[in-house]
Write a protein that binds this ligand. Structure first.
Ligand code: ATP
Ligand code: MG
Length: 461
C-alpha cells in the first residue's frame, strides 16, 4: 500500500511541448484516482511518469514520502495494466498469472506461487479457468487474467491505462463493477486513466480532469458535477452535457435567446459587474411547467419555447430547443467550442422532461427552469462565478468517509469469507501491507511486444 504524491510534475518531450504541465496531486493510501480528459491531454504520459516508463522533466514524484524520480520502474513496486493486455497464448491461465513471480527467479517457493495465484484467481473468479489457454477465454476473462498478474505482484499501487476500452459496452460495464469491488477489497491505491466519463464517475473516489497537460480540477465525482470550477469541467462532466446559454446580466435578470430569466439575488451578486456571462444549465434543471409541483414553482423561472423534437426514453424524455444567438454571442459560442475541443457548439438546449410530459416538437410549450441550480460562467476566463467552494469541499470529504467505510466493510466481509462482491474467498492477494520491496512490477515489455511476440520471447521462461 502506498501514498503517491505528484509535486509540480512537468513532462516535456523532445520538441519542448509540455505534455504534462505543473501537475500536483496528493493520492492517499488506498484511494482510487481517475485521470480523465480529451485525447492528447497527457493522461498516459502522467501515468507513465508515475510508473517510471517516462522521465520526469521537472518536479518531484514521491511514493510513501520518498522521492523516486530516479528509481527504475522495477524498484517502484507498482503494477500497470494496459489496454492491450498481452497474455502468453501458449501458457495456461495459471501460468499467465504466475508469470511475474516466475520472472523474479527463485524468489518464491512453488507453494508461495500456488497460494498467490489461487488467491488472485478466487478474487477474480477465475478458479475454474486456471488450466485453460487465453484463446479459449472471453474478453472479460482475459482482462481479469491480466489483472491477476498485477495482483500477484503484491504491488503498492495499481496503474490502469484505459484497461476496458477494447471491450464491448456490456462487458465494460461488468468489468467496471468488478474492478471497483476488487479495489475496495484489496484496498490498493489505484490510478486509472480513461476518457470514458461513465467510468470516471463510477469508479473514482476522486477524478482529476486534465486539459492540454494542465489539471483543471480534482474532486469527488459529485463535487465535479455539482460544483465545477470552470466551463471546461462543467462541459466535460455529465451526459447529456450542460447547456451553455450566452446572456447579458442586468440586476437579477438574465437576457437570453430563450427569453428573460430571473435569478436568485445571491447568484446575481456573485456575477455583479459582468455584462456578458455564460449560463450553465444541466438538462435536468428543466421541466415541463405543467408537471412542476406548486411548492417548487417559485424557485424557478418559466419560459415559452418551441421544441424541435422530443425523445422518449422510458424513464424520462429529452427535448431539444434551438435558439438564435445574437452575432456577438455566436462568436462567444465558437470560442467556447474551441476551448472545449469541440468542432462547434450548436445553439441548442437539451432539456430533460418527465416521462409523462405531453410536450411534443413543433408546438409552443411552457418550460420551467430551476434557477437555484444554474451556474454563471465568466465569458472570458471560463471561471464559474457562482461556484460554492465550501459546499463542494464538503461533498468530497463525504466521499472520502464513504470510501473508508466501504473498504472496511469489503475487507471485513472478505475475512468473514462471505461472498461479498462476487464470491471472493480468502483475504485477497494483498490487504495485509506486507508487500515485499523491490518486486519486479512493470509489464512494459509485454505491451510493446504484443501477445504473440511476447509469448515467443519469453517462451523459455
Ligand atoms: N513520445 C512522444 N514524443 C513526443 N510527444 C509525445 C510523445 N508521447 C506523447 N506525446 C504528446 O504528448 C501529449 C499527451 O499525450 P498522451 O499520450 O499522454 O495523451 P492521452 O491523454 O493519454 O491521450 P489518449 O486519450 O489519446 O490516449 C500529446 O500531445 C502527444 O502528442
Ligand atoms: Mg492515452
Amino acid at each position: 500500500m502506498a501514498s503517491i504524491t505528484l509535486n509540480h510534475l512537468v513532462k516535456k518531450y523532445g520538441d519542448g511541448f509540455p505534455a504534462v504541465n505543473d501537475i500536483s496531486i496528493d493520492i492517499a493510501d488506498g484511494e482510487f484516482i481517475i485521470l480523465v480528459g480529451p485525447s492528447g491531454c497527457g493522461k498516459s504520459t502522467l501515468l507513465r511518469m508515475i510508473v517510471g516508463l517516462e522521465d520526469i522533466t521537472d518536479g518531484d514524484l514521491l511514493i510513501n514520502g520518498q522521492r523516486v524520480n530516479d528509481k527504475a520502474p522495477r524498484d517502484r513496486n507498482l503494477a500497470m495494466v494496459f489496454q492491450n493486455y498481452a497474455l502468453y497464448p501458449h501458457l495456461t491461465v495459471y501460468e499467465n498469472i504466475a508469470f511475474p513471480l516466475r520472472l523474479a527467479k527463485g524468489k518464491h517457493s512453488e507453494d508461495q506461487v500456488n497460494k498467490l495465484v489461487t488467491e488472485a484467481a478466487a478474487t477474480l473468479e477465475l478458479t475454474d479457468h486456471l488450466q485453460r489457454k487465453p484463446a479459449n477465454l472471453s474478453g472479460g476473462q482475459r482482462q481479469r487474467v491480466a489483472m491477476g498478474r498485477a495482483i500477484v505482484r503484491q504491488a503498492d499501487a495499481f496503474l490502469f491505462d484505459e484497461p476496458l476500452s477494447n471491450l464491448d459496452a456490456k462487458l465494460r460495464g461488468q468489468m467496471r463493477s468488478e474492478i471497483s469491488q476488487m479495489q475496495r477489497r484489496l484496498g490498493v491505491t489505484s490510478v486509472y486513466v480513461t476518457h470514458d466519463q461513465t467510468e470516471a464517475m463510477t469508479l473514482g473516489d476522486r477524478v482529476a480532469v486534465l486539459k492540454k497537460g494542465e489539471l483543471q480540477q480534482i474532486a469527488s465525482p459529485r463535487e465535479l458535477y455539482e460544483h465545477p470550477v470552470n466551463l471546461f469541467v462543467a462541459g466535460f462532466i455529465g451526459s447529456p452535457s450542460m447547456n451553455f446559454l450566452p446572456a447579458t446580466l442586468e440586476g437579477t435578470t438574465l437576457r437570453t435567446a430563450l427569453g428573460d430569466i430571473t435569478i436568485p439575488e445571491d447568484k446575481a451578486r456573485k456575477a455583479a459587474g459582468k455584462r456578458v456571462v455564460l449560463v450553465g444549465v444541466r438538462p435536468e434543471f428543466f421541466e415541463d411547467a405543467k408537471l412542476v409541483e406548486d411548492s417548487k414553482l417559485p424557485h424557478g423561472s418559466t419560459f415559452t419555447a418551441t421544441l424541435t423534437h422530443t425523445e422518449w426514453l422510458g424513464n424520462e424524455q429529452y427535448g431539444y430547443i434551438n435558439f438564435d444567438p445574437a452575432p456577438e454571442m455566436r462568436e462567444l459560442l465558437n470560442s467556447l467550442a474551441r476551448d472545449m475541443d469541440a468542432d462547434e457548439l450548436r445553439p441548442q438546449v437539451v432539456v430533460t422532461l418527465d416521462a409523462a410530459s405531453r410536450i411534443r416538437g413543433g408546438r409552443e410549450a411552457e418550460i420551467w427552469l430551476d434557477t437555484r441550480k444554474l451556474h454563471l460562467f465568466d465569458a472570458e476566463s471560463g471561471e464559474n462565478l457562482t461556484r460554492d467552494a465550501e459546499a463542494g469541499a464538503a461533498l468530497t470529504l463525504e466521499a472520502a468517509e464513504d470510501r473508508a467505510e466501504e473498504i472496511a466493510t469489503a475487507q471485513q466481509a472478505d475475512r468473514d469469507g462471505s461472498a461479498f462482491g462476487g464470491g471472493a474467498s480468502g483475504n485477497g492477494a494483498s490487504g495485509n501491507g506486507t508487500s515485499p520491496a523491490g518486486h519486479t512490477t512493470v509489464d512494459a515489455g509485454t505491451r510493446s511486444g504484443g501477445s504473440s511476440a511476447a509469448g515467443g520471447k519469453h517462451a523459455a521462461g
